[in-house]
Design a binder for this molecule. Structure first.
Ligand code: DQA
Length: 143
């Protein structure tokens, strides 16, 4: 089975950006964690990041044919993007939404996510571990 792991805007800056909120690990560190966990779970891993909403939509659309499940940290687009919501709904795959920080503890504008209503499950506040937990969950759902 093939999992698409998507990361939204500014996550390329992890490790240098607001470390007190997002921690010191880089996106490359998180990718390495995901690759190791995917191997253990016998999942093929496609790990990507984009700062562009349309590019994320294109990738979600192509997942209709090329992936069995999606793990997504939509970052700021969680709180704004009807387009990503619609693309995920159309994908008709298990989707786990991940946030490094606990968005409910932060500014009110982060409390609502357009992605949550189309996600199978949501993990937030557990840092990079959230990604590996999401992979475990998807593996379970697909088995
Ligand atoms: C985030 C939370 C979002 O509110 C924020 O815009 C991000 C990262 C997280 O992983 O905690 O860029 O998705």
């Amino acid at each position: 089975k093939r999992i698409l792991i998507l990361n939204g805007p500014n996550l390329n800056l992890l490790g240098t950006r607001e470390k007190s909120i997002y921690g010191g690990e880089t996106l490359a560190d998180i990718e390495a964690l995901c690759r190791t966990r995917c191997e253990a779970l016998d999942l093929a891993c496609d790990f990507r990041q984009s700062n562009h909403e349309g590019e994320l939509v294109d990738w979600i659309q192509s997942a209709r044919k090329t992936a069995d499940g999606i793990v997504i940290n939509p970052a700021a687009y969680s709180h704004t993007s009807v387009a990503i919501h619609d693309a995920l709904r159309a994908a008709e795959k298990p989707v786990i939404e991940v946030h490094l920080s606990n968005i409910h503890q932060r500014e009110p504008f982060r409390h609502h996510s357009y992605v949550s209503s189309v996600a199978t499950g949501v993990i937030c506040g557990l840092g990079p571990k959230g990604y590996t937990m999401a992979l475990e969950a998807i593996a379970d759902i697909l088995n």
